[in-house]
Design a protein around this ligand. Sequence first.
Ligand code: AHN
Ligand code: ZN
Length: 329
Amino acid sequence: MIKYILVLSFVVLVSCNLSQVKNKTNTKNKSARVVDVPVFDADSAYYFVKGQVDFGPRVPNSKPHELCAAYLADKLRGYGADVIVQEAQVRAFDNTLLNAKNIIGQYKPEVKNRVLLFAHWDSRPFADHCEDVSRRNEAILGANDGASGVGVLLEIARQLNVKQLDYGVDIIFFDAEDYGIPDHIQTDYKPDTWCLGSQYWGKNPHRKDYYAKYGILLDMVGAKGATFYQELHSLQYAPRLVRKVWNTANKLGYGNYFVYQKGGAITDDHVYVNKYLNIPCIDIIQHDPSTSSSFGSYWHTHDDNMDVIDKATLKAVGQTLLEVLYNEK
Ligand code: AHN
Ligand code: ZN
């Protein structure tokens, strides 16, 4: 009997101690900042990608381009953003005058502390990497190259409207990114023939002295099995932000997408935002070293349609971004 009591009291003692330890860790967790991060809805993002692609190719000076601009501005307005459509006449490599529209959605425009999120919304007027030479002068649908980044950002806009952040956010859809001189016309790479909308905005921001503490560009973020390597300009301009985003993605279990390896140095909209406004920016852009372009086999071809879009990839990028945004002060 005495033996039993001894064993029993030992058990009681140990469990008391255990619950004390448990309580201690609980109090510790309570004192740490616990943030409720919204759940990114990949179905919704997919629907926003399809909404754009359904207009057809969104090439400046075309009807689908005009209709899609109205759709994007309406969506941002519907999700509570203060919208400015910046009209910019820009000169393409072949001297065409493009009526470009940068679509800007501002959250809490009066707040000084800001973060900038951006993507290009135009699609390429050529399919210069298409195997069928006879179709190289046809515009592409750009489901991944263009629409995917915008789709993810529209879903984030929807979330920002549901649960407000304390700081300001700007979502910019840049135009005329993909009008760069085509490879089937000239092989000389002329970086400044790309990113015409962001170059214009960098020199003429929608607000005088515009500044954001950092910027994140999404480009080709919807393809099945996409991998995002750490782009070299991003590492140069904003190495800490690259680390923060990649670490966040890996913590959430998206390590198959966000790879800890260096990618290429890509001329993209973030370069001009860095260059003209000194806002440290990164580019989350697909890198596939097994393809000749490094952007995937469908890049700048007619295969860049809804078939390449995978909700799981949209989710990995969108949830990572929300996690970063809602943990930011
Ligand atoms: C080039 O490297 C030619 N362009 C990268 C920017 C880009 C084009 N993003 C989408 N299409
Ligand atoms: Zn492109």
